[in-house]
Every structure is written in structure tokens, then in C-alpha cells.
Design a protein. Structure first.
Length: 59
């Protein structure tokens, strides 16, 4: 019976992890680029401000 090649399996897992990490980083950069669009900043500025619940202001 043949022995399992653990070093090959480990290297394959490392390659898969590296590929997944690169894909996540790429997605993150794409999301950031889309959120930096000029229309998005105006929409964020138009959101209503929620007042703090509670008693009187402390200042």
C-alpha cells in the first residue's frame, strides 16, 4: 500500500488558502471602489440623524 504524501496535501491546502485570501482582498477593493462613487456620499449625507434616547443632554 502506498504512503500518503502529506507534504503535497499541505502545499495544496496552502495554495487554496492563498487563492481564497487574494479573492477576498480583490472583492474588498472592489466594494471600496463602488462605495467611493460620488453618488454614494450624497446618499449617506441625506440619512436622518437619530437622536440619543434618554434624558437631557449632558452639556
Amino acid at each position: 500500500m502506498a504512503k500518503p504524501n502529506y507534504s503535497f496535501e499541505k502545499r495544496q491546502r496552502e495554495i487554496a488558502k492563498k487563492k481564497k485570501k487574494e479573492e477576498k482582498l480583490k472583492d474588498k477593493v472592489e466594494r471600496k471602489q463602488h462605495s467611493d462613487a460620488p453618488g454614494d456620499s450624497q446618499e449617506a449625507a441625506e440619512l436622518p440623524v437619530v437622536a440619543h434616547e434618554g434624558g437631557t443632554p449632558s452639556a
